[in-house]
Each structure stands twice: as structure tokens, then as C-alpha cells.
Design a protein around this ligand. Structure first.
Ligand code: SF4
Length: 206
């Protein structure tokens, strides 16, 4: 079930400034996890965007990992007063239907699934801009993210805001350590979990 958690806002603009920006600068930020959202949210808020978060990640497996990332994010957003919307159903089947037989190209389907839904949600909420905390990750394909983000936003009449934030990744790692946030050791899906931990001496033949 989709849940809304509104926790107020702690922006970097004055209230009058914020009121003036509200109609044109409100952004729905797709959030993959709390650690990646630390610096990303601050960066866009500093630019003057009113950032609301959206946790929509059917790619995160297994279920206990999904819950751990979600609960960490809820705690973080509560502490930082970041408005957050969450899809807390565990949509494993949806992710697998998109990616099975497309394993080599799975990130394309994974980005599209998450950014399309973020754009749809932004339209529903009347927020003109979207972006993603994935932009801070040096492990993601930025050209692909930019293209898919732009196409997804256009489909719902939104604007995808791209920024290459990879140079701030280490800062986000340090900040999340300082705050004691749970940091996941793999990207999210079962394929990435396998890549992280399964290191066979002799690779099985296909
Ligand atoms: S590796 Fe990461 S981005 Fe790619 S499909 Fe898996 S969870 Fe999605």
C-alpha cells in the first residue's frame, strides 16, 4: 500500500522565498536509500528546489533487505524533516517480469520502472520536477539514467533534473557513517547480490 508520510520541511530558503518558489520548483526525488539521499537532497535544496522523497524500489531483494533500507530511510527523513512518500509493498514479481531474459541489460529496465513511476507520482501530486538519488552513485550508468529520466518525465509532462553528483559520493558515505545509517553492500537486486558475494573459482559453463 502506498503510504504518505509528511514530516514538514527544513529548507535552506526563507519562508517567503519558499512560498514564491512553491509553484515552480517543487521536486519529487526518487530515493533509492538513505545514504544516497543525504547529500543529494541537500544539493537540490541548496539550488532552491522543494524536495519531497519517494521510495519506490521493487528492485531491492530479498525482503529483509528491502525493509531494512526502507526503515532506515523513514528514520532519516523523520530526523531531517524531509517529506516522504513510500511504496511499501514488496513488488518482487514486477521487477522479475521486467528483467528476466534481460539480465545483461537489466539496469535499463530497473531505471525505467522506478523513474516512470516517480514521474507518474509527480504528476499525481502536481510536482513539476523529478530527479533521483541514483545520480550520486559512481556505480550507475549516468547516460542511461539521463535518457530514461528525461523520457519518463516527458511521458507525464514533468522535467527530469540531471546533475552529475558522483564527485560527492565519498561525502555521502562519510556523512552516512557519521549518522550511523545502515549502508547496503550491494546495489539492490538479486543479480547484484550474486555479483557481490558469489565468486566461483571456476565459472559454470552456460
Ligand atoms: S544492478 Fe542495481 S540498477 Fe541494475 S538492475 Fe540491479 S538493482 Fe537495478
Amino acid at each position: 500500500m502506498l503510504k504518505k508520510i509528511f514530516m514538514g520541511e527544513k529548507g535552506f530558503c526563507t519562508p517567503i522565498h519558499r512560498a514564491g518558489l512553491k509553484k515552480i520548483m517543487e521536486m519529487l526525488m526518487h530515493i533509492c536509500c538513505a545514504p544516497c539521499s543525504t547529500v543529494t537532497n541537500r544539493f537540490f535544496r541548496d539550488l532552491g528546489y522543494g524536495v519531497s522523497g519517494y521510495f519506490y524500489n521493487p528492485n531491492i531483494h530479498p525482503y529483509r533487505e528491502f525493509r531494512k533500507r526502507l526503515e532506515t530511510l523513514k528514520e532519516y527523513c523523520k530526523e531531517e524533516e524531509i517529506p516522504l512518500m513510500v511504496e511499501d509493498r514488496y513488488l518482487l514479481d514486477l521487477f522479475l517480469r521486467e528483467t528476466v531474459f534481460n539480465e545483461e541489460d537489466r539496469c535499463r529496465y530497473c531505471y525505467r520502472m522506478r523513474l516512470l513511476e516517480t514521474a507518474r507520482k509527480a504528476e499525481e501530486e502536481g510536482l513539476p520536477y523529478i530527479s533521483s538519488t541514483l545520480l550520486i552513485s559512481p556505480y550507475q550508468d549516468h547516460e542511461l539514467l539521463k535518457n530514461i529520466g528525461t523520457q519518463s518525465a516527458e511521458k507525464y509532462g514533468r522535467i527530469f533534473v540531471y546533475q552529475d553528483l558522483r564527485h560527492m559520493f565519498n561525502e555521502s558515505v562519510n556523512l552516512s557513517r557519521e549518522k550511523g545509517l545502515y549502508r547496503q553492500p550491494y546495489c539492490g537486486c538479486i543479480y547484484s547480490e550474486r555479483e557481490r558475494y558469489y565468486k566461483p573459482k571456476n565459472k559454470p559453463e552456460n
